[in-house]
Design a protein around this ligand. Structure first.
Ligand code: SF4
Ligand code: SF4
Length: 376
């Protein structure tokens, strides 16, 4: 990634010339929601750090966020529950990330656009023509591929999701898979996967940015869009095509209960004294040691809390095949066969030794060491 400030400024200046969505700009919307300019610049500073950029980039990140409503986005819904869109759009205390996300330039979105029927189809075709090779395609949902995709048809022509995805992606500048379903197939790809649901990248055979999570955080989506505006390119990705800046560490690495894991202090069952003391949730099924995401750092709901803080273990929702490989969710994986994307097992050595002493992780250490990529 070249940090060429002049080309970033040019890209932002070009975007500023384009029309935004609606009559209000993103800064005006933030102001009307009670966020001051100072709040916004603080957010931009935090986002700059999150993206792994020098702090001198903060003003550029702020500018990129301000023009996020200029980048045309086509949003397809395939096989899924619409939970990703729901969770991102329907929040009663929106964060700056939520508000920016709410005002991206959605040219087409199956669920929330006002148009319906033929009008919606016309909008879709026009967006493809007008913004050819310039729009970002966001996909929510897995892709049923069995019987040429006949398990999912969309719109008045009964076009399959598979066809619509391929046709749209062929005109897109970049493709982002929003959520675990579009990244890796989702729960509908769980064994025995009757519709042969797959992730978008696997179907398209091209590099797609995966933002997995069930649902994914608005910060990870907005950060990816801001990165794209700044550099006109996709961010560095891990071996599951997840942005490294968001998915580079495990939940376990920055968990506030990590000290208890290292000290061998565990919740033995929900509601016990260990739970009241805030001990580690590994023995009641936390999959944080195997899961790459930034929930323990970024949290949810205005940074107030996240599942482990609330008392339940991580279920590994941002990992491929988590529905099959991470279950049962309230038992430690040490008891089960497991494959992981993990690239580094060294950080676990102390805790795993403790677990072994505790009689829990008889199999875990060997399994964690024998990491293999499920795609291989
Ligand atoms: S096992 Fe879970 S609860 Fe325990 S330290 Fe790791 S992430 Fe936190
Ligand atoms: S804590 Fe784990 S299960 Fe919960 S959202 Fe984050 S990655 Fe998914």
């Amino acid at each position: 990634m070249a940090l060429n400030i002049e080309s970033i400024k040019e890209r932002i200046a070009e975007l500023r010339k384009l029309e935004g969505v609606g009559s209000s700009s993103i800064p005006a919307i933030l102001k009307s929601e009670g966020f001051t300019r100072r709040d916004f610049l603080k957010w931009a500073g935090a986002m700059t750090i999150l993206l792994g950029l020098p702090s001198s980039f903060t003003p550029l990140v702020a500018e990129a966020a301000e023009v996020a409503d200029r980048v045309p986005v086509v949003w397809l819904h395939l096989a899924e529950c619409t939970g990703c869109s729901e969770s991102l759009l329907r929040t009663d205390a929106p964060t700056i990330d939520n508000l920016i996300f709410n005002y991206i330039n959605l040219q087409y979105h199956d669920t929330i656009m006002a148009a319906a029927g033929w009008q919606a189809e016309t909008n879709y075709e026009e967006a493809l023509q007008k913004f050819k090779n310039r729009f970002i395609l966001c996909v929510e949902g897995g892709v049923p591929t069995k019987n040429n995709g006949q398990f999912l048809t969309i719109g008045p022509h009964a076009e399959t999701g598979l066809e619509k995805l391929k046709r749209t992606a062929a005109e897109a500048a970049a493709v982002i898979s929003v959520g675990t379903c579009s990244s890796f197939g989702g729960i509908q790809a769980a064994k025995p996967n009757p519709t042969e649901a797959k992730g978008v990248g696997e179907v398209l055979g091209r590099t797609v940015v995966n933002i997995p999570g069930c649902p994914p955080s608005a910060k990870n989506i907005v950060g990816t869009i801001v990165y794209y505006i700044l550099f006109g390119a996709l961010p560095p990705l891990d071996n599951f095509n997840r942005p490294k800046w968001a998915y580079g560490l495990r939940i376990h690495d920055l968990c506030e209960r990590r000290g208890h894991f290292d000290a061998g202090e565990f919740v033995e069952e929900f509601g016990d004294q260990g739970a009241q003391n805030g001990f580690c949730l590994y023995k009641v099924g936390c999959k944080g040691p195997y899961t790459f995401n930034n929930c323990s750092r970024e949290r949810f709901n205005q940074h107030t809390s996240w599942p482990v803080q609330a008392g339940h273990g991580c279920i590994g929702c941002s990992e491929p095949d988590f529905w099959d490989t991470m279950a049962p969710y309230e038992e430690p994986l040490a008891k089960h066969q497991f494959s992981s994307a993990m690239a580094d097992s060294s950080a676990d050595k102390v805790g795993i030794t403790i677990l072994t002493l505790a009689g829990v992780a008889v199999a875990a250490h060997g399994l964690i060491s024998a990491i293999k990529n499920p795609k291989e």
